[in-house]
Design a protein around this ligand. Sequence first.
Ligand SMILES: Cc1cc2nc3c(=O)[nH]c(=O)nc-3n(C[C@H](O)[C@H](O)[C@H](O)COP(=O)(O)O)c2cc1C
Length: 195
Amino acid sequence: MPRTILHIDSSITGSQSVTRRLTAEIVNRISAPDTEMLYRDVTTGVPAIDGDWFAAVRQTPKSPSAAQQALVNVSDALIDEIRRADTLVIGLPVYNFSVPAQLKNWLDQIARAGVTFRYSEAGPEGLLTGKRAIIAMASGGTPAESPVDFAWPYLRHMLGFVGITDVTLVAADRMAIDAKAAEHSAQEAIAALAA
Ligand SMILES: Cc1cc2nc3c(=O)[nH]c(=O)nc-3n(C[C@H](O)[C@H](O)[C@H](O)COP(=O)(O)O)c2cc1C
């Protein structure tokens, strides 16, 4: 049983969201009464990175200004949530063949050189190791893992880049084409998850 789950949603469709429902079902399936829950809705207030942000994270820990420290604090808090969790459950709606912009913002905030990854002679090394991630993906017509799926392979790669390599996909893909089949395969994948 996970000790701490970080539950992340990124759908913009509110109560209609397929991925929000699936992440909740996954959390319900794998958690125990004593599991600590952390929740992050990336559609509410994960800022996009910009030039000020990049200058700030490069400056730390040397002598950041108060404004720079405030930018770094946002990123640090998001990274700290991941560090505290042993399991991540992430909702992945496919929007325009890729990840939601807000989920990209979260990935940009947590990909920090020297903090969550580093380069060595052996190549890049992810530093957020020893965690498991379960991804609840939903799409209208894009088949998961097809040549036009730029969402799941990208998210899997980014998680691996920061050291999270134990990643499981729960896919309700092609909902607009065959909703019943999509729901069935997602439910089978949830039932197969180790608690
Ligand atoms: C803005 C937007 C863009 C979308 N783009 C795609 C797409 O490129 N490919 C696809 O298969 N479905 C696309 N869809 C359909 C969603 O993937 C589908 O509705 C899915 O259920 C989204 O997850 P959610 O219900 O949790 O928001 C799009 C939906 C929206 C709202």
